[in-house]
Ligand binder design. Sequence first.
Ligand SMILES: Nc1ncnc2c1ncn2[C@@H]1O[C@H](COP(=O)(O)OP(=O)(O)OP(=O)(O)O)[C@@H](O)[C@H]1O
Length: 325
Amino acid sequence: MAVIEVTELVKEYVIAKKERGLRGALKGLFFPDKRNVRGVDGISFSIERGEIVGYIGPNGAGKSTTIKMLTGILHPTSGTIRVCGVSPQADRKAVVRKLGVVFGQRTQLYWDLRLGESFELLKRIYQVDDKTYEDNMNVLTEVLRLDQFIDTPVRQLSLGQRMRGDLAAAMLHSPDVLFLDEPTIGLDAEAKHAIRSFIQEMNRTRGITVILTTHDLDDVEELCSRLIIVNHGKVVEDGPIGELIGKLTPKRLLVVDLQHPCADVGHKSAQIIKQDGLRIWYQFEKARVTAAELIADLSQKLPIQDLSVQEPDIEDAIREVYATT
Ligand SMILES: Nc1ncnc2c1ncn2[C@@H]1O[C@H](COP(=O)(O)OP(=O)(O)OP(=O)(O)O)[C@@H](O)[C@H]1O
């Protein structure tokens, strides 16, 4: 059964049209001229239990708006949402019990309390029973190494420590689904690694479903098996990462170093896109010729000193989508 089911989701924001100058500002104050903007424009997807899905897109694509509707913070203009079979709009309390949410730019911890006291308070708010709380705290303390700063007031935590605290807070009530909005933003390499390892561990050991919005492509590469790419409020791609890279960037590069200059360096199935001294860049399409065939053909007629094949990566694929949608 799908853990998250979203069908034809639409969110329209009403914004005031502004006219220039003082006269325009006054007119707008008394006779506001409004127009609708679609933050989300007919999005559908379905996510199975245990998936880690990257929900990505450029600024203003509609990611936060979608997440806010999934968590019940915003009401859709139209369309349906089911989280673990429940509509977040119809029964927000039931959905909140199933969800853990972390916004990288905000915290749900209490600035004036020590980290451990923050957890105690959240335990009461979420009505987590003693046994679940204790079991979860034991695991979370170990995996996130919270004991180093559990007695530190939240306001004094480093960003990386605070993020570990926020992840723990989101997991206290054993949610089935974790929404993570930019969970590694502003962190150093070690803290990023700690956060990513934790997400993988929770997914592996608890089968937790994760939806991750991020602009950090290393997050995507290390964590996600599937990507949903949105732009202008619509889903523009949805699929396993490997397939998306193959589909969006079918072109690969073969870079060849020759031992000495040659006259005829061309190949019928590859295009030379650059030549610099003895180095030649061949671009070719996987569907037309394999790297092995191309290398075999070229090495028959050319004195090859060295070569390398450059595969497109997720960054190339995403650049391609953003540029064409
Ligand atoms: N409260 C609001 N009122 C009016 N328009 C809004 C509001 N919130 C978002 N929008 C608009 O809806 C669209 C989608 O915004 P959203 O914040 O969901 O994008 P995003 O993909 O999360 O972007 P980012 O990566 O910058 O966080 C944008 O055009 C944005 O300007």
